[in-house]
Design a protein around this ligand. Sequence first.
Ligand SMILES: [Zn+2]
Length: 470
Amino acid sequence: MNLYNTLSKTKEEFKPINPGKVGMYVCGPTVYDHCHLGHARGYVSMDILRRYLEYLGFEVRHIMNYTDVGHLVNDEEEGEDKIEKRAKAEKINPIAIADKYITSVEEDFTALNIKPAHFNPRPTKYIAQIISFVEMLIKKGYAYETNGSVYFSVEKFPEYGKLSGRNTEDLISGSRVEINPEKRNPLDFAVWINAPKEHILKWESPWGIGYPGWHIECSAMSYDLLGQATFDIHGGGNENMFPHNENEIAQSEAILDKLMANYWTHWNMVNVEGKKMGKSLGNFTTIKDALEKYNPGAIRLWIISSHYRSIIDYSEKSLEQAYKNFQKINDFVLNLEAVAAGNVSAAENFNADSFREKFEAAMDDDLNTPLALSVVYEMITDVNKKIAENSFSSEDAKKTLALWKKMNSVFGFVLSGQAEIPEEIKKLVQERESARRGKDFKKSDDLRALIEKKGYIVEDTKDGSSIKQK
Ligand SMILES: [Zn+2]
C-alpha cells in the first residue's frame, strides 16, 4: 500500500516497523462540545485507514486521545482553557464536561460505525507520565522553567517546521503574538503551565501547581502507549499540522533522537459555501443533527465519496445523492442474497477476482475510496445486467456476496435488511399519525419528509398508515 506522507510530501510504500503490526496514533477531539461533520470526516477517514490495514492482514494498535485539559481558546498560547470555559457556561465541573462530551463522541462513532480505538488516553489521567516527559525535556536541555511554567526551546530543535514547511525566521517575523517575557524566544511554547488561581484542573509538579500544555499530551501518551519509540502512523486534521503536530514532533524527537512517526497522514476539511466548517464560524452541522436527517450509511458514503486529502463541500444535495447511492448498494446486496438463496443455475461468468483486484489497486493508492466505490458501482451494473439476462447463477451470487463482505469490512457500511422497522421509525410514524388526527398537517408533512429521509415510506390507509422501506 502507498500512503501519502506529509513529512516527505510524497506517496510512499507503507512498511511497518514490526512485521505484521502497525502502531497508529490519531489526534482526537477536545471534548468541550458535540462533534460536527468536519470531525466525522476525519475520524471516518482514519477508520478507513485502520480497516484497510486490517484487511491487508496487519494487527493494528490504534490510539486516539481525548483532550480534556490544556487546550486554550483559539489554539493560542495564552487564554482560557476550552474545557473550563464550557464548564463555566454549563455550570458543571470540567471533568463532568469532558465525560459528557466523550459520551457524545462515542455515540456518534457507534452510529457511524467507526471502530473504537484500543486506547483513548486523556491527559487528566496521564499527569504523572506528562510530568516525567517534561522532566526528561529539561534534563536534555530542550525545555526550561520560568515562574512555574515550562517552555520548549524551539531553537534547540533545528528541524522545527519540517512537517508544515515553515521556517522559524518567517514564523517570528509573521507572529502577531504578544511578547511573553517568560519566554526566551517568541516561538517557544508551553509544555507545562503555571495555574492561575481560577484554573480548576491543576496538579502539583516539580515547578509548582499547574497543568499540561495542549501539545505535550500527544507526545507523552503516544510515547507511553506505543513503546517509547518511533511508531508507524500519526493521523490528524490539516488544521493541526501547525503548531500542534509540529510541536509534538519537536517534543518527541527531542526525547527519542529519531522520528516520532514514520508516516504523517492528514485529512482535509469540510467546507460550507467555500468556508471551512468549524466552531468559530458557527457554520457547522453536528453529527447528531445530521443523523436526525440522514441514514448513517449515507453519511459514511458521503464522506468516502471524496479522497481524504480533498476538501468536501457540504450541501444537502450531496448528502441526498449519497443516500441514493447507499440505497443502490443496499438494494444490490439484498438482491444478491435473494439470488444466492434461490436455485438459479447458469454458466459461471462472473469474474470476482477482477473486481477485487481493482478495489485493492484503488485502496493501495493512498486510500482512493472514490475509485474503490466506483468499482462497486461498476460491479452492480455488471451483475444487474447478468441477473436481468438470467445469466447469473446462485453460485455467482454467493461469490459476489463473499467479495462484497470483504470490501465492506473496509467501507464499514451497516446495511439494512427488509424485515425489521426500527423503533425510532415506528415512533415517528405514531407521532405523525397523531399530528394528522389533530389536523396539524404541517407537522404531519414534516414528519413524513423526515421518515422518508431516513429511508421509509408512509402510506395513509383507511385505518391509519402503513410503513415500508424505500
Ligand atoms: Zn495531538
